[in-house]
Design a binder for this molecule. Structure first.
Ligand code: CTP
Ligand code: CA
Length: 225
């Protein structure tokens, strides 16, 4: 196994990481969420800080501790994550979007706890959220933007489509139908999908996957310099 990178090869590099799920309020006590734990994004934030980067971690609700040397901004909803990420991005050199952002949010969350005896709720009207990764890409200039694609089928085709649709420099694809690569796992099996091609990796512990994603990000940044 590779040892964690010891050298400070990301010194003076400012990296924005989005991580975790978002919670979309239905009423003050209920929300729509997803299975993301934030582990991948936190592993990337921790590894980047260890390698000398200045890391801003915009995090949805997770059970994880702030990694050493990382500045965390806590958010709840997709809209809050959008605002925090867009505000932090101009001061960064690269963004790595690992968050599982809700694609839809309730159109009109109730301001009181819904009662089953009174409201007979049988559907919730949803509206689309904003795409943070695509928005960052539209303003990226010389910055590097990396996205993730968690898929259960057609992994590489979906990842390639996201690379083009969003305008990212790199998409990290992982097959969440595999037990060794799913939400909450301590390992991941990724493929790096870029305009020049696809590199498939073996299943590895998250800290090694994090270093791999950061190596690719660093190389893209060097290519710009
Ligand atoms: N993403 C984002 N903001 C959103 C939706 C997605 O920043 N509102 C980012 C994720 O952080 C990830 C990438 O876009 O880096 C791909 O997310 P994914 O959910 O796989 O893509 P979608 O375009 O939402 O497509 P779908 O969920 O239909 O597969
Ligand atoms: Ca999505």
């Amino acid at each position: 196994l590779d040892a964690p990178r010891a050298e400070k090869d990301l010194q003076l590099t400012r990296i924005l990481v989005t991580a975790g799920p978002t919670h979309e309020a239905i009423d003050p006590v209920r929300y729509i969420a997803n299975a993301s734990t934030g582990k991948m994004g936190y592993a990337i934030a921790a590894a980047a800080a260890r390698r000398g980067a200045q890391v801003t971690l915009v995090s949805g609700p997770t059970a994880l501790q702030v990694p050493e040397g990382v500045v965390r901004m806590d958010v709840t909803s997709a809209q809050e994550m959008y605002e925090a990420a867009m505000a932090a991005f101009p001061g960064c050199d690269a963004a790595i979007c690992t968050a599982a952002v809700a694609d839809y949010t309730p159109a009109a969350p109730a301001d009181h706890k819904l009662k089953k005896a009174h409201e007979h709720l049988n559907s919730i009207e949803l509206v689309e959220t904003r795409d943070i990764l695509a928005s960052l890409c539209s303003q990226k200039g010389e910055r590097v933007v990396v996205g993730f694609a968690a898929e259960t089928n057609d992994l590489l085709a979906n990842a390639q489509a996201k690379l083009v649709r969003k305008g990212a420099d790199l998409i990290v694809a992982n097959d969440v139908s595999r037990r060794d690569s799913t939400f909450g796992a301590d390992t991941s099996r990724i493929a790096l999908v870029s305009p020049v091609g696809v590199t498939q990796r073996e299943t590895r512990p998250l800290p090694e996957v994090a270093d791999d994603v950061l190596d690719a990000t660093r190389d893209l940044l060097r290519g710009r310099a």
